[in-house]
Structure formats: C-alpha cells, structure tokens
Design a protein around this ligand. Structure first.
Ligand code: SF4
Ligand code: SF4
Ligand code: F3S
Length: 376
C-alpha cells in the first residue's frame, strides 16, 4: 500500500511504497562540478578496490560522464526524462510527477531496463561540447558552446526506488548511516532494482547472477575514513559527511552549510522523487536552461553564490577544505585566515589557509653560485 511521505527537495508530500523513515544519520556528499577535470582517478580507485573480479568487467560504481552527450549506461537520463514527461516547478515546489507517482498501474516505479549494449560505452560522448564550433568562435567571449563533467555514484537515496522494487526484499537502508546495500544472500538476480533506479546505479553480475552497487565504502566510513573515490580525487572536488533535514541544519556542518545554508549544492534530478543524497555545485559556464532541468530551480542562485565565494570567507574556506583530508570532518570553522575541519567531538582534523602563502627567493643563490629560473 502506498504511503504519503515528505520530500523536502521537491517541497511537498509524495507517495512512496513504505512510510517515511529517516536513518539515525544520513551519508551525503557534495561534488563541485567546476573543479572536475575528468581524470577518472575516482572511477579507477573504485574499480580496483571493489569491482576487479569476474563478471564485474563493465561495472563502474563510480563513473564520470560528459554532459550534454555522455551517459552511462547510454542515455540513462534522456530515457527516464522522456518517460516522465513534462516536469514543471511551481513557485516553491515541484508540480510534476515523481517516478513513484508516474508508475503505470500495477507497478511501483516508472522504469525501463537498459539494453545489454548500453553498458558497453562508459565514456561515450567524452569531451564533446554542446554544439559545433565555427571557425574563429573560440575567440568570442563568453563562449556559447559548453560541456561539463558529471560524477556519479549511488545517491543512497532517502526514498530508494531500487529498494521498493525488489520482490525479494534484498535491498536495505542502514539505520546507522543511511547507506543502501544489496544483501547478496537474498538477491536472486530479478533485476527489478536495476530497472527501477532512475539513476541506473545498479549493476548486474552475470557470473554470480546477483546485482551489485556502490556500497559507500562502508568499512572505512564506519571508522571516519573518506571513501575511495573521495580520498583519491585529484581535483579535490569531493566532500563527504552527514546531512540533516532543512529544519535541523547546522551552520558548522559542512554538508548542511553547502546544501541548506548557502544553497550552493543541489540534488541531481530532484524531480525523480527519491531524495538523492549526493549534491552538486552546478557548473557556472553552462546554459542555465539545461542546468535547471538537471538540478532544479535553485541553479541561478547557486551559481551567483558560488561566483561570490571570494567575498564570503566561510564559503571560500569550506571550498578550500574540500578534498583536503582522507578523514571525514563533521564540523568546520573559519577564523584568522584559516579554514579548520573538526570531528563531531571538536578534535582538529585538517586546516588550510584561505590565502596560500607566497615565498619569493632571490634570483641568485649565492651559496651555490647559480641563478634560479623560478623564484616564487
Ligand atoms: Fe537505489 Fe538508485 Fe537511489 Fe542508489 S541511486 S539508492 S541504486 S534508487
Ligand atoms: Fe566506489 Fe566507494 Fe565511491 Fe561507492 S563510495 S563509488 S563504493 S569508491
Ligand atoms: Fe532484488 Fe535486484 Fe536482486 S530486484 S533479487 S536485488 S537483482
């Protein structure tokens, strides 16, 4: 029987198969798209850690795809958006249907099963920009052609579509951290979860006959360690922590600060209705019409706030702390030109200066009697 639950990302009640139940604390992440260079270090860190076995060859629990043309599996978002039909945002809430509300009679979720071949092109469309660039157009500013990189892991949704679809009840959401896992002993390979996840973050293993997915690196997470794809990120675009609901947001909680206080980080396709817990700082050079469909109506304000970070020491400090430690910091503070991350009990984890110190060395090293080419 369907229940009425509250989804704060669409700012209204919606129907879900189970009653509203939020875990003790919820794993969450913020990815700053502006900093990503698509080096795929994250994808390979996850792959070498968790999916290097037989039957896992085409599995990328973390992948980075180029928008507008890329998508893994192929065109995953174009397909589900097409099925969902018009998605209209009102003044302060979503007025269209979620994937639960748009489900055909007899089904719990609006869904589709990707073709086998859709899993074979993980880097399709990589580095391709939105339109053909005419001769000389490179020099015209601002550029009207664009592309950006979208980093994707499981969203460990508050209302997981995968969980609601499994006829075996093999998928569960952990009370201690909100991580969504598949019980490998319960799974019989029905693949309803794969069909139902609108983000297509479930992968079928043909060797074991079961489905697998991002596990939020829970063995490390349990001891306060950052997940593999977070700690290895070269661009330092990733921040992980714990998110509160809007009414309980804390100014000193890094995730709450970016999502609820400054509202600079937004959920991916909030209109799907699963309340995903991975948030994105939208890319500032991209057509806002495209971004509004992807991240909702908060895009323009988020970009304006991000552009103003240089005048906002707290935001700037937190953006600099992002990716600066392999330990999770649950609190942060900016004081005396330093941004500092702390554990929940107040122990310092990491500190970074708001302004990098500049050292100027004499161009001639007298002791060695040599000239330096680089003096700063
Ligand atoms: Fe399930 Fe997909 Fe949400 Fe992950 S992103 S919890 S696989 S519905
Ligand atoms: Fe892989 Fe861990 Fe990143 Fe999930 S959080 S995509 S399991 S490295
Ligand atoms: Fe259930 Fe998905 Fe396995 S639907 S049985 S968890 S493949």
């Amino acid at each position: 029987m369907a229940h009425e639950v509250f989804n704060w990302q669409i700012n209204r009640k919606m129907t879900y198969w189970y009653p509203e139940h939020r875990p003790g604390r919820q794993f969450a992440a913020v990815f700053d798209i502006n900093k990503c260079i698509a080096c795929q270090t994250c994808s390979l860190a996850c792959k070498t850690t968790w999916t290097s076995g037989k039957g896992q060859e085409l599995m990328f629990w973390n992948n980075v795809e180029t928008k507008p043309w890329g998508g893994y599996p192929t065109a995953w978002d174009v397909k589900i958006l097409g099925l969902l039909g018009p998605q209209k945002w009102g003044e302060d809430e979503y007025e269209g249907m979620t994937v639960f509300e748009a489900a055909p009679k007899g089904e719990r979720v609006l869904q589709y099963q990707p073709e086998d071949g859709d899993w074979c092109n993980v880097n399709l469309g990589e580095d391709e920009c939105s339109k053909v660039i005419e001769k000389g157009a490179y020099f015209k500013l601002p550029h009207d052609a664009w592309f950006f990189y979208l980093q994707r892991i499981c969203n460990h949704c508050t209302y997981p579509a995968c969980l609601t679809a499994c006829p075996r009840g093999a998928i569960y959401k952990r009370q201690e951290d909100g991580v969504v896992l598949i019980d490998q002993k319960q799974c019989r390979g029905h693949r309803e979860c794969l069909k139902a996840c609108p983000y297509k973050r479930i992968f079928f293993n043909v060797v074991t006959g079961t489905s697998e997915k991002c596990i939020a690196c829970f063995p490390g997470l349990e001891s306060g360690k950052c997940n593999r794809c977070f700690e290895t990120c070269i661009g330092k675009i990733r921040l992980q922590g714990w998110i509160s609901t809007p009414e309980k947001a804390r100014e000193d909680n890094p995730i709450d600060f970016l999502v609820h206080i400054r509202k600079v980080a937004l959920p991916l396709y909030p209109q799907f209705g699963t309340e995903p817990n991975v948030y994105y700082i939208p890319p500032k050079q991209v057509d806002p019409v495209f971004l509004r469909q992807m991240f909702g109506p908060g895009v323009d304000k988020a970009i304006a706030t991000y552009r103003n970070a240089k005048n906002d020491p707290e935001l700037l400090g937190l953006l600099l702390l992002q990716g600066s430690s392999d330990r999770i910091f649950e609190r942060f503070r900016v004081k005396n030109g330093m941004a500092i991350g702390y554990t929940a009990k107040g122990a310092e984890v990491v500190r970074v200066p708001l302004k990098e110190p500049l050292y100027v060395r004499p161009y001639k090293d007298v002791a060695l009697d040599v000239f330096r080419h680089n003096v700063t």
